[in-house]
Design a protein around this ligand. Structure first.
Ligand code: PGA
Length: 249
């Protein structure tokens, strides 16, 4: 099974979300063996859930962030229980834009992973190095450290997927080469095996950063990769589902 995850970020409006969800579900029907997950903005969750109501069993809903707290006086935050109540089964944790613009450190992300998994949500934990770190050849060190810190208190490898997204490849049109990413995915796999034993082998690994139909075949040629997390190209149903089409070869 391959995973195709759509991160809509802070794009669109009410009619756009509904139509895009419907069109994506319609086109994704052809790929029954694969799993599609849509991460719309919080305020779109109800409409997207409605749009997906009659979708095939291969479409799932997720949220772009989750609070580490259960409930209470935490203005602006959204809890794992609330997300489940809106039909979410997935949540992104640690996207580089949340790390950078919302100042979310690894220690907080570890608590978010725990809070989400305790409620049964599947966490897609995002990790990745900056351009400076990449140029200084620190990619593996940075990524392994983020992974270890963010999983410090997680006990649920069955509710985990890891998305490696080099920050310099997000929204830039630059895609890491197979030579760049292969050793990183090997290190991620090793870290997961060290932490979770044999169960670490079942954690799905995704690549993200300027993924499009014309680079998907190459990305999926890396053995360790089970899926992709897509930003820009997921805002059009055809360009998103075309990625799944390319990945069949
Ligand atoms: P992009 O975004 O596909 O637009 O590079 C990926 C992401 O941020 O998840």
């Amino acid at each position: 099974m391959k995973y195709f995850m759509a991160n809509w970020k802070m794009n669109g409006d009410r009619s756009f979300w509904y139509n895009l969800a419907e069109q994506t579900a319609e086109q994704a029907k052809k790929f029954k063996a694969d799993r599609f997950v849509i991460f719309p903005p919080f305020v779109a969750l109800a409409d997207v859930e409605n749009a997906l109501f009659e979708a095939d069993k291969n479409m799932f809903l997720g949220a772009q962030d989750v609070s580490d707290e259960e409930s209470g006086a935490f203005t602006s935050q959204v809890s794992a229980d609330m997300l489940k109540g809106m039909g979410c089964s997935y949540v992104l944790v640690g996207h580089s834009e949340c790390r950078e613009y919302l100042g979310q450190p690894d220690e907080l992300l570890a608590l978010k992973v725990k809070a989400a998994q305790e409620k049964g949500l599947k966490v897609v934990l995002c990790i990745g190095e900056t351009l400076d770190e990449y140029e200084n050849k620190e990619s593996i060190q940075v990524v392994v450290s983020q992974l270890e810190k963010c999983l410090e208190v997680s006990k649920s490898p069955e509710l985990l997927a890891v998305a490696y997204e080099p920050v310099w490849a997000i929204g830039t049109g630059k895609v890491a080469t197979v030579e760049d990413i292969k050793p990183i995915f090997e290190s991620i796999k090793k870290t997961l095996l060290d932490k979770f034993g044999a169960k670490g082998d079942n954690v799905a690994l995704l690549y993200g950063g300027s993924v499009k139909a014309d680079n998907a075949t190459e990305i999926f040629s890396v053995d360790e990769i089970n899926g992709v997390l897509v930003g820009g190209a997921s805002l059009d149903a055809t360009s998103f589902v075309d990625i799944a089409r390319s990945a069949q070869f």
